[in-house]
Ligand binder design. Structure first.
Ligand code: PLP
Length: 483
C-alpha cells in the first residue's frame, strides 16, 4: 500500500515514510492510493474480534508487511489497546471492552471514546501514534522533537502518549492562563524529562504562529528534527477508523443492517475517519457532522460552499475543542468527493490558501446524489450554540441519567435532528464531562463525577516555562533542551 498526495505532485510513499511528517511536499494530504475493501465475509469474521484484533485486521490492510512486519504491528497494537490504558468506564460498562457503547434509548447510543488517560477521544489515536513513532524511530536510529500548539485536548493527549518514549521530545506551546484548570493541571503535572510545557503570554493563535514560524525555517527544522503530530497525521486517522467498525459491530447483528454516526467536529479528522470506514465497506447510513457556533462545515454540507474564516472570526465557545474555522482534514474528503481529481483539488485549495472560498455547486452534487443516503457519501449536518448545549446536557441527564460533556452535547443535539428511529444512531463521545466542569455546573448545578485516579489533580506540583510571543526564544529553548 502506497500513499499519495491530494495535490498529486508528490511521490507515492510507504506508511512509515509518511508517519512522522505532516503535509506532503506539494502541500497536500496523504491518502492511500486505494481503499482496502471489507466484504460481507470480512465483517462477519470481525464480529468475533476484540478491539485489538479489529485494529490489527484494519491496519494490516493499510501497512505493508515489508514496511512494518505483521508481528511487530500486532505487538504495537497489543501494547496500545489495553484495559489499563482505556479502562475508565461508567458503572454499567465493562472495563475490558475498549470503546464500549452506552445505550441511551432504543436505537440511540453513545460510543465511549474518552476513557483513555486524558479523557478525550484523541487518546484513541494518539496512544497508538506514540508507540508507532517509538518503533519507527528505533528502527531507523532517528530521533524527533515534536513541536505543537494546543488549546487543551491535543496537547494533553500528545504528552500522555509520548511521555517517556525513547527518541522523542515534546515541546508544547499553550496560551498562558487560558486553558481550564483541569487541562493545565493534566499537562503541567507531568514529570517526564522528555516533556516540555511552554506557556506563551498570548492566545492560542500566537502559539500556532510560533509553531508555523519554526516549521517554515527549513534549515532549523531539519537540523533540529522538528516533527508534528497535528490532526492531519495519517496515523491518527487510521487509528480512528477502527472505532467506527467497533461501534457498528456492537449495535448490529448482521451485515445487512446500517447505522448512523453523529460526530462533534472541528478539524474534520474524526468524521473523516468515518468517511474512510464507509469507503472501506462499513455499512454506514448517515454521517452527521455537528459543529458549534463555528459552523464552516455545517455551511458546506448545507450549501456546497466551503468558506474558511480567519482566526479573528473564530468564536470562543463552551465546546472549545471545536473552535476551528479551517478544517484541516477536509481536503481529504473533497479529494474523494471530486473523484480523486488532484488538479481540481489544487484549483480549489489555491482559492482557500489565498484566503478565499469555493463552491461545489449543490445542485450538481445533489443531481449525482452525493449528499443523499443512497450513495456512499450520505452526509448531513447541523450546528449548536451555548443555550442548545446547556439544554442538551440537561436532557441527557434527565432522560437517560447520563452526564455528557459540551462537545458530545453538540453531537447529540444534531443527532436528534437527523434521527430515523429505525436506524441505530451512535453519538461519538469526544470528551468526558469532568474536563469541562464549569459548563456542567452551569447546566446541572453540580459537578460531574471524576475518575478516582484524577482526584486532587489540580493540587499536584506543576512544571512549565513562561515565554513571550518570541520565535527566536522558542528556537533557543529547543536548542538548549536538546543539546
Ligand atoms: C478535537 C476534538 C473535537 C474535534 O475533532 P476533529 O477531529 O478536530 O473534528 C471534538 N471534541 C473534542 C472533545 C475534541 O477534543
Amino acid at each position: 500500500m502506497k500513499y499519495i498526495s491530494t495535490r498529486g505532485q508528490s511521490p507515492a510513499l510507504s506508511f512509515s515514510e509518511i508517519l512522522l511528517g505532516g503535509l506532503a511536499p506539494d502541500g497536500g494530504l496523504y491518502l492511500p492510493e486505494s481503499y482496502p475493501q471489507f466484504n460481507d465475509a470480512d465483517l462477519s469474521e470481525m464480529r468475533n474480534m476484540n478491539y485489538g484484533e479489529l485494529a490489527f485486521a484494519i491496519l494490516t490492510r493499510l501497512i505493508d508487511e515489508n514496511d512494518i512486519p505483521a508481528t511487530d504491528l500486532k505487538a504495537i497494537i497489543d501494547k496500545t489497546y489495553r484495559a489499563d490504558v482505556y479502562g475508565y468506564t461508567r458503572d454499567s460498562q465493562n472495563a475490558e471492552d475498549i470503546a464500549p457503547t452506552l445505550k441511551l434509548e432504543y436505537n440511540l447510543y453513545l460510543l465511549s471514546l474518552s476513557n483513555g488517560p486524558t479523557l478525550a477521544f484523541k487518546d484513541m489515536a494518539m496512544q497508538l501514534l506514540g508507540n508507532l513513532f517509538e518503533y519507527v524511530l528505533a528502527k531507523t536510529g532517528k530521533t524527533t522533537n515534536i513541536l505543537g500548539a494546543t488549546s487543551g485536548d491535543t496537547g494533553a493527549a500528545a504528552e500522555y502518549a509520548m511521555r517517556g518514549k525513547k527518541g522523542i521530545s515534546v515541546f508544547m506551546l499553550s496560551p498562558h492562563k487560558k486553558m481550564s484548570r483541569f487541562q493545565s493541571a493534566q499537562m503541567f503535572s507531568l514529570k517526564d524529562s522528555n516533556i516540555h510545557n511552554i506557556a506563551v503570554k498570548g492566545v492560542f493563535d500566537d502559539c500556532q504562529d510560533m509553531v508555523k514560524a519554526v516549521s517554515n525555517d527549513h534549515a532549523f527544522k531539519s537540523q533540529h528534527k522538528i516533527g508534528a503530530i497535528n490532526s492531519i497525521n495519517w496515523g491518527r486517522i487510521i487509528a480512528q477508523v477502527v472505532y467506527y467498525f467497533k461501534g457498528y459491530l456492537a449495535v448490529t447483528k448482521n451485515n445487512s443492517e446500517k447505522v448512523s454516526f453523529a460526530v462533534p467536529s472541528g478539524n474534520f479528522g474524526n468524521v473523516c475517519a468515518g468517511h474512510i470506514a464507509r469507503m472501506m465497506g462499513l455499512p454506514i447510513e448517515k454521517l452527521v457532522v455537528a459543529t458549534n457556533e463555528n459552523d464552516v462545515l455545517d455551511e458546506f454540507f448545507k450549501t456546497g460552499v466551503y468558506r474558511p474564516r480567519g482566526s479573528s472570526n473564530t468564536y470562543h465557545t463552551s465546546s472549545p475543542s471545536m473552535d476551528i474555522s479551517k478544517a484541516s482534514n477536509f481536503e481529504r474528503f473533497v479529494f474523494d468527493l471530486v473523484g480523486r481529481d488532484a488538479t481540481k483539488v489544487r484549483e480549489l485549495w489555491n482559492k482557500v490558501d489565498n484566503g478565499g472560498a469555493f463552491d461545489l455547486n449543490m445542485s450538481e452534487l445533489n443531481a449525482v446524489g452525493y449528499f443523499t443516503k443512497v450513495t456512499s457519501y450520505g452526509f448531513v449536518s447541523g450546528n449548536s450554540n451555548h443555550a442548545n448545549r446547556m439544554h442538551t446536557i440537561r436532557v441527557a441527564y434527565n432522560n437517560y441519567g447520563v452526564t455528557i460533556d459540551t462537545h458530545t452535547a453538540d453531537g447529540l443535539k444534531v443527532a436528534l435532528e437527523h434521527r430515523d428511529v429505525n436506524t441505530p444512531m451512535l453519538v461519538l463521545e469526544t470528551a468526558l464531562p469532568v474536563k469541562f466542569e464549569d459548563a456542567i455546573v452551569e447546566a446541572l448545578g453540580s459537578k460531574p463525577t471524576r475518575p478516582a485516579s484524577l482526584n486532587g489533580l489540580e493540587d499536584l506540583p506543576q512544571r512549565f516555562d513562561v515565554m513571550d510571543f518570541d520565535v527566536a526564544a522558542i528556537k533557543q529553548y529547543i536548542v538548549d533542551k536538546t543539546t
